[in-house]
Design a protein around this ligand. Sequence first.
Ligand code: GLN
Length: 191
Amino acid sequence: MRIGVLALQGDFAKHIEMLESLDVEAIPVKKPEELAHCCGLIMPGGESTTLVKLLHSIDLFDKIKPFSQKWPVFGTCAGAILLSNEVANHPVQSFQLIDISIRRNAYGTQVDSFSESIRADLGSGPEALEGVFIRAPQIERLGDGVKAIAWHGDDVVMVEQGNILVATFHPELTESNRIHQYFVDKVKQML
Ligand code: GLN
């Protein structure tokens, strides 16, 4: 089982480390051929508008949707923005793969980065985890088929629908590999 991490921007190396800590083979993905050999994909944070441009420039943009019909895709922060059906406050060309509306840079400029406790329900009861939010987006609307799985206060910060998993924070920047484990389990179910 090999999981790809989109390696165009952001802290993709940390995602690879997290997957390796779970004994999963992880490769940086920069080309369509590399994606073709994966059975799951993580889209890390970065700058969503720049990521769209980079994805087009290397011919990967059109490959993501067909890939997600077969294999799970996990978007964190800017990756979450790219997977959303609707970006409320900015014309980002998103993949529209999960029925949520998301607002970019929703926490404003003064408190635009913070690390706080979040509550998650990853299938074995409620648990507290650390959530690192960096110029994070906020989920404003969830469609009927979308399941909430983590919360920061009253805000839903992690959701899933079918093969798509989305977190508005950076799980790769904490000590815990719990959320990556959740994604790995999702991939294993598809093998
Ligand atoms: N603010 C960025 C954007 O709008 C996302 C930030 C991040 O990925 N940490 O694309």
